[in-house]
Design a protein around this ligand. Structure first.
Ligand code: AFP
Length: 322
């Protein structure tokens, strides 16, 4: 009988932080069930509402957000939350230690085609004596994260988690509802032959990115002298999971498609948590030539460029900007 791996554990992690992560996972187990039920759960399709991003909210977006918001604000561990689906931050327990930013259901456009979606979360400590209703408590660089992770609702439901001591992968055992450790210390290969980008935006990219991707496409007939493969899941959780699992470079570069919106991915609850996971696994996560986690935020729904993944390939991409 194979000895079951230990359930969720993070050596040296404060117990209240571990309890907070377990609280998030309790909501994610419910989301996993609803996503897995698909049409039968009666929550596919869109609502008639738009979020502050101007995106039509899917029913499952709203449900996932409500589940996480309720469980976090009732937990007693959380001073405030910031969510992709909430226009403003929401105050919780005034004397609590942690603040949580999350994208309740990343990849919403994949819901109705039964493709990959996931939940992304980022945990920081609230400044000492701060006001739970003050949104500026979230204006901290990603380096201040004490934990970050995602839950990927795929053929299996998987958790990627870091508390600053490496990145680990867990798989939900649905027979008894535990996330079991299935990969200790993820290590992203430094080299890769796989890239992920939405090619339909190619004509809107900055010239260095156009040149970099063109050289990938030239394969062994071009300056890279090797062939590359491309994947695009249109859900950051899926593309980043592939990078953690087998390497690669993922990018959503700055583009001129909508001059009012030069970037797509949100800093607080997409780029920062993914950057933490990727750096802890030996990769790089860059925006505008600097580490994503060094960016000083100035708005909770701020968007940034993202170039992340295999260290040597990200550095190669950045060399085109010099
Ligand atoms: P949705 O949650 O609106 O589907 O957006 C997902 C996302 O924020 C990120 O997860 C993807 O990598 C990216 O957008 C996909 O963007 P495109 O639809 O422009 O390819």
């Amino acid at each position: 009988m194979r000895r079951l791996p230990p359930v969720l554990l993070e050596d040296g992690c404060p117990r209240d932080l571990l309890s907070l992560v377990r609280t998030i996972l309790a909501a994610c187990k419910e989301i996993s069930f609803r996503v897995g039920q698909g049409e039968l759960s009666g929550v596919l399709g869109s609502t008639l509402d738009e979020n502050i991003q101007g995106e039509t909210q899917k029913k499952l977006d709203v449900l996932s957000n409500q589940l996480l918001k309720d469980i976090l604000l009732e937990s007693g561990y959380v001073k405030a939350i910031a969510s992709e689906e909430e226009d403003y931050t929401v105050a919780g327990e005034p004397n609590a230690k942690y603040i949580v930013s999350f994208d309740p259901l990343d990849g919403s456009s994949n819901i109705d085609i039964n493709s990959l979606v996931g939940t992304i979360f980022s945990i920081m400590e609230a400044p000492e004596g701060s006001d739970a209703a003050d949104p500026s408590i979230f204006m901290q660089p990603g380096r201040k994260q004490v934990a970050a992770g995602y839950v990927l609702y795929g053929p299996s439901t998987m958790l990627a988690l870091t508390t600053g001591k490496g990145t680990r992968l867990y798989t939900l055992d649905k027979t008894h509802g535990s996330f079991l450790l299935t990969q200790d210390f993820v290590s992203i290969p430094e080299e890769t032959q796989e890239f992920a980008v939405n090619m339909s935006n190619q004509r809107h990219w900055q010239t260095p990115m156009q040149n970099y991707i063109a050289d990938l496409l030239a394969g062994d007939t071009g300056p890279r002298a090797k062939n590359f493969n491309m994947r695009w899941i249109a859900a950051m959780v899926g593309d980043v999971h592939r990078v953690l699992s087998r390497g690669g470079i993922f990018t959503y570069p700055t583009d001129t498609k909508d001059p009012k919106k030069p970037n797509k991915l949100r800093l607080l609850y997409e780029a920062n948590p993914m950057a933490f996971l990727v750096e802890q696994a030996g990769g790089l996560a860059i925006a505008d030539g600097q580490p994503i986690m060094d960016i000083e935020p100035d708005a909770i729904h701020q968007r940034v460029e993202v170039i992340l993944g295999s260290k040597n390939e990200v550095e190669k991409c950045l060399s085109y900007y010099k």
